[in-house]
Design a protein around this ligand. Structure first.
Ligand code: E4P
Length: 219
């Protein structure tokens, strides 16, 4: 399973990359705004900076919501770097645009997906990735993980190659459960990824090993 980090924070992207487990980055307009990145030139420079850190795919979201405008914006984003994936919302014009981008060999990430039907449309349009937002479903008392299971079943039934990118991942158990369900990718905050490191028996065991080593060495 691939690990993407869901942030526009360069320090966190570097930290995840240096850990050696980072396969890509997802961003969205909210995450860019959170880092204070505003204005087209700054946004473009920031995407390029992210692409310099990671070896993997970098999702850059279009702001446009009409077909013609999505095409213009998406093609410009795709030209920024070979690792840019054009992130397109799950709307009618977005699905049409994904079909167009696919025909041109431009990678896409269909975002804001909350149902199996939407994921089926994204796959039929040829999206490279589909992003079901599992945390936001959990927030409204709907089982986000069930959606991952449903999409996995549907894609496997027909051999769709669109990769399931479980998004809006909030914590370590989301990651583990997505792995159990066969999600191709997860994207979440650095805290969810590093939480996978933690186990009290690891900490206690290491402290004991070091203490015993020091005792044996007469320290
Ligand atoms: C996905 O690509 C989105 O950027 C993201 O995962 C949304 O997460 P949130 O629900 O925590 O904002």
């Amino acid at each position: 399973m691939k690990f993407f980090i869901d942030t526009a924070n360069l320090a966190q992207i570097k930290e995840a990359h240096e850990l050696g487990v980072l396969d890509g980055v997802t961003t969205n307009p909210t995450l860019m705004a959170k880092e204070g990145i505003t204005g087209q030139d700054n946004v473009i420079a920031h995407y390029k900076a992210i692409c310099e850190i990671t070896d993997g795919d970098v999702s850059a979201e279009v702001i446009a919501t009409t077909y013609d405008e999505i095409i213009v914006e998406g093609e410009a984003l795709a030209k920024l770097h070979e690792r840019i994936v054009v992130k397109v919302p799950m709307i009618k014009d977005g699905v049409r645009a994904i079909k167009y981008f696919t025909s041109k060999g431009i990678k896409t990430n269909c975002t804001l997906v909350f149902s199996a039907g939407q994921a089926l449309l994204a796959a039929k349009a040829g999206a490279t990735y589909v992003s079901p937002f599992i945390g936001r479903l959990d927030d409204i008392s709907t089982d986000g993980l069930q959606l991952i299971e449903d999409i996995r079943l549907i894609y496997d039934n027909y051999g769709y190659e669109t990769q399931i990118l479980a998004a809006s991942v909030r914590h370590a158990m989301h990651i583990i459960n997505c792995a159990k369900l066969g999600s191709d990718v997860i994207t979440g905050p650095l805290s969810a990824i590093t939480a996978l490191l933690k186990h009290p028996l690891t900490d206690n065991g290491l402290a004991q090993f070091l203490a015993d080593h020091a005792k044996a060495a007469g320290k």
